[in-house]
Design a protein around this ligand. Structure first.
Ligand code: SF4
Length: 204
């Protein structure tokens, strides 16, 4: 059972503020209220952000969107863009799990998402459906290994066992996306990372 209020309270104890939105329809209005024109915004890869229309919204805003999805980007340009994320004013991503103990869990293949969450951008918004809330660290890692990573590997068309079976077999494939785990369990600047919960099932 999702314990949203306990999660929010324990995130606050770890100096991480949260907001709760009723539905995905509220996220763009929220971002309007938080992100001024003219700033630089980077994003992490996220099904949640995609289905909420955040990428399209950023393309339409009067700001500099570090758009990693431009088809014209060469791999060198994409790498440069990932480095620019560290100097962004805002970085928007999701999380793979948030525990009711107040910790945020992520898994990444190349680190371009988890690294700027931890360090660099002035403000970070993590947009999460309430399906991302788990009750413990053990459940967070189970959620990532058994649900999020196999679905993500399949979405990204990686040549991994889980893309075929839907289950993790702790592979050592060259395409393995399970390379970097991160746990955020506090921060010095309480205005930097903020979690935006949406009261829906979103992403994985
Ligand atoms: S370790 Fe390999 S099999 Fe397991 S989820 Fe990650 S990519 Fe898939």
């Amino acid at each position: 059972m999702v314990d949203l209020q306990r999660t929010i309270a324990n995130l606050a104890r770890n100096n991480i503020k949260s907001f709760v939105l009723d539905s995905r329809n509220d996220i763009l209005t929220f971002l309007d209220s938080q992100i001024p024109d003219g700033v630089v915004v980077g994003v992490g890869d996220s099904v949640t952000l995609e289905v909420c229309g955040v990428y399209k919204y950023l393309r339409d805003r009067n700001l500099k969107f570090l758009d990693k999805y431009l088809r014209s980007l060469s791999s060198a340009q994409k790498k440069e863009l990932y480095l620019q994320n560290f100097n962004a004013d805002f970085f928007i991503s999701s999380a793979n799990a948030v525990s009711s103990e107040g910790k945020i869990y992520n898994l990444d293949g190349n680190g371009s998402r988890v690294a700027p969450i931890i360090y660099g951008p002035k403000k970070v918004f993590l947009v999460c459906g309430i399906n991302k809330i788990v009750d413990s660290e053990e459940t967070a890692f189970d959620r990532i290994r058994l649900v999020a990573a196999p679905l993500d590997a399949k979405r990204l068309q990686k040549k991994t066992p889980c893309s075929v079976t839907g289950r993790c077999s702790d592979c050592h494939s060259p395409d393995r996306i399970c390379n970097y785990y991160s746990i955020v369990q506090g921060q010095f600047d309480g205005e930097r990372i903020k979690v935006i919960f949406i009261n829906e099932q979103l992403g994985y």
